[in-house]
Structures are given as C-alpha cells and as structure tokens.
Design a protein around this ligand. Sequence first.
Ligand code: NOJ
Ligand code: CA
Length: 560
Amino acid sequence: MNMHEDWWKQAVVYQVYPRSFRDSNGDGIGDIKGITERMGYLSALGIDAIWLSPFYPSPLVDGGYDVADYRDVDPRLGTLADLDEMIAAAHAADIKVVVDIVPNHTSTEHEWFRAALAAAPGSPERARYIFRHGRGEHGELPPNGWKSTFGGPAWEPVGDGEWYLHLFAVEQADLNWKNPEVHEDFKRTLRFWADRGVDGFRVDVAHALAKDLESRPLEDWPDEPEQGVIDGENPLWDRPEVHEIYREWREVFNEYTPARFAVAEAWVHPDHQWMYASPDELGQVFNFEFSKMDWFADRFRLAIEEGLASAARSHSTTTWVLSNHDLPRHPTRFALPQVPSRVHHQLVNDWLLRDGTTYIEDRELGTRRARAALLMELALPGSVYLYQGEELGLFEVADIPWDALEDPQAQMTAHGDALKGRDGCRVPLPWTADDATGAFGFSIPAEHAAPHLPQPAWFQGFAADAEERDDASMLSFYRRALALRSQLIAATGSTELTWAPDNGGEVIAYERPLADGRTLTSITNFGAAPVSLPEGEVLLASTPLADDTLPQDASVWIAR
Ligand code: NOJ
Ligand code: CA
C-alpha cells in the first residue's frame, strides 16, 4: 500500500457536524471559522482527516442535507474564503478534508426545483426531478403508495395534476439520475471541491440514486418494497445501475493526484456493500454493523467478520462506525438494557420518546463499554470514523423538548408512530466547563444567541478543557489510543488480522503486526469471568488492571 496515495485506507476520520461544533461569532450556530479555530484541538486528538457534514446554503429542513446550492457555503456558516482558510489550516496540520455530497435529492429551494415548479409538465426543467401524473381523474391521488423514510407519503402534489417523489422530507426532491444533465452537474460539483483542495467525499444515500420507475406501472409496486434484497428487485434502493454512476465519478477522482476517494453511505445488505467500495467506484463504503450491535461478543465478532469479508471482496479496506449524526450516541446505547438482536434501536427510540425515563441509563457502564469498544475498534485493519463529541464521552441528550427539536423525523412522525429523531446527538459541543457564557464555550463569550439546540446542565462534566487536564478522562484516553494506533498499528500499512482464542465465546481477541516488529494482541472481555493476560507489555488498557487479568467490559492492547 502506498501510504501517501492510499492514506484513506487506514485513516481515522473525525466527523464534524458544523452547526454544532464551534460558533465563532455568537449567533448560536457553529461555523467554518469555528472549525479553523479548533484545528489545534483536532491535531492534538491525533486524527487523519475531518469529514464535514453539509455546510452548503440550505433552508435547514434536514440539518443541511437539503442543499440549495452545491457549490457555495451557507452565509450563516461563513464564506468560500473561510472554507479555503479552513482547508489550508487542516492541511498545515496534516489533516485531510472530506466533504459531504448529497446527490439523491436537492432542497426544494434549489434553483432547479424552483424552475421545475414554474415550468409545465413534460418540460426539461421537470425532467431533472421525478415528476409523475397522479392517479384519479384530475391526478388528485398520488402515483402510488410509496412512503418517505421520515414518515408520510413519498409523493407531493404541485397543483397541476403532477406529483414529485421525495424519499426523505417534502422539501427534499429526488433527482432524476436518468437525465445526463444531472450527471454533468454533479461532476462539476466534485471538481469544484477537488479543485479547492478537498481530499475526499462522503456520498449521502449512495444506494438510492438509480430508480426503476419504468419497468412496470407505478401502482403495481408494493407501498413498501422490501429492503435489503440483493437482486435489483427493489425499485428504489441498491439497484445495479447505481454503480454506473460511481464508475463515472471514479474517472473524475482519477483526474487528481493523489486520486480523490469517496465513502458511500449505503445501508445495504452486508453482502452487497463491497461493490460501492471497489477501486473502479468510490473506494470505500460505511460498514455500519458496529452501530447496530448491542454489547455481545458474538454480535461484534460477526460484524468484524462481515466487514473484513466485504473488504477482501472489494480489494479495499473496510470502515468501522460506532456513532454518527444519525445514531443515538453509543455510550448511551451501551448503557441501556441490551438486546441480542441486530437492530435494537426500537428500545432506544422508546426511551427517547419518554425523555429518557423508560429504562435506567447506567452511565458508568456505558462509559466503561465505550472505552472497551474503542480499543477493539482502533486496532482493526481499515478506517475508523469517529463522530464529534464521542472523544468527550458524551451521552445522548434524551430530553430535548418537542418544540425545540429540529429533525424533520420528529414532525413527520408526530401523528403516527412518533419518533423524537436524531437531535440528541447533535447538541452543540461543550468546550469549557466554566459556563460564564451560557453555552459551555460553544459560542464566543460576548453577547450571543442561545445554541441552536439546548445543552443540558450535565454537559459541564464533559467539557473539553476539563477533560484535557484530566489524565483519566475519555479525551485523554482517545488521544493515547489514537497516537498508538497511528505510530504502531496503522503505520505498518498491513491489513493482516489473526484471531486469538475467544475463551468460550466471551472474548474478542485478535493479533496484528506492529511497526516495531512486535505483535499486538487486542483483547476485549464481554464475560463475567476475568481473562488471564498473555505475557508482554501492556500498551494501553481501557480500565486500570489490578492483577494479571482483564475484567468484564474492558479491553487491553498487549505487545509481544
Ligand atoms: C443520510 C444522512 O446522514 C441523514 O442525516 C439525512 O437525513 C439523509 N441521508 C437524507 O439526506
Ligand atoms: Ca456562528
């Protein structure tokens, strides 16, 4: 592996959710300058790259994933010049920059969609989106019964008998990827950012772009076509034609030196992930299996095996994800009652709906497991995606009042199976324990507006400045673990992994080569019985080790 060209194959990528990272001008919204100001913090953390969730002009119906202009910066977050400065500061700190591309839909405020509404049915303006005539005499019924991912119907009428498709919010209109103009415009956007020095792209709902609306009458499709099928039988998700788009994008990525890479957000069957990651497509795909698993050794072993198998098939490396801006924070997930099934979010959603009162959140246990999970994850081959605030050990904020919620999921499901949505992991970060400013240092200490989502009082105990001074904090632990990973583990470029004995299934243990010629054994103990440690130097443990054993819910790295 060429470590310069292929930096992304073993990288630690830190996701910045710009509106909630750091507010440099006191308007309550995190901004680009705020990220630049904290480049020293990111560098000390020891990451290889930052991935920025959308910062483009947007009505913010879906946290910026409703893009009104793909080639600009939202004025509330700064200017293109601010972004150039941020990229330069990142590169000076040896940190790469990945930006989010949202190709499945535009905001209904995008100039294309406005033009589509102003134009007549059948016009080229409408052909950039997915407009269809409604059923019924005057088109008063939707073309079929498809549902939006956020709840409610996936079709919206525009008043002249036509309806447009939106797989997400009403304000996010799906683009028509059968239209060459759409292809050209996105290639232009990719070049626009690559020319500005961006090193890679995260591709939003990468598995949804290609759709089949022709092979049968729309009303013949079931209302909720089965997901997770792998044979192209689903009209909306993971269709084989989608890969043609990414092969086209690969040609654009390869115009640059080093070639740009991309990571696909594709919630597809684990057997189908590899295609998105293959070298003639995006290069990498999110492997979300860790984020679906409760704290059981066999679940995590399966997730690791599937991730490695998919990487082998794609001739790329896999990725590991415990948290992101769409998921309840993992220390909370591990602090609630554990369910041995793959998708347990129902329990967490239920807990959120009742402001965190249905089940007891055992925070001490959640933190202990999160520390153990970090070592298990960081020594694996492949890239690790961290989500801002996890290095502080933040928990989900469960009790944001309904009228303060921003996530469209909350509104769109309010009258049906209610969901509180994803805001609990998007609350602005606490930077200082001293709350003289009223925002834990998220905003400048001058007069300022309240943070766009309310911070709970307990954030004080997780402030970055206090954790920096505390050797036992989550932040200090992340820094130590990331430094060891980069100097000793990722530095080899190797993707070899050998399983070690699993103690009757209660342990996840594996070996990896180290850059100094020794071998690393990473051991995570899920079981009640302490595990005796092999001989060697303890590089790092997730909890203090009293004797020569590893207690429950703990991990250790040993070099031999
Ligand atoms: C996935 C993004 O991560 C999520 O935040 C967003 O709501 C949907 N895609 C729609 O863009
Ligand atoms: Ca601001």
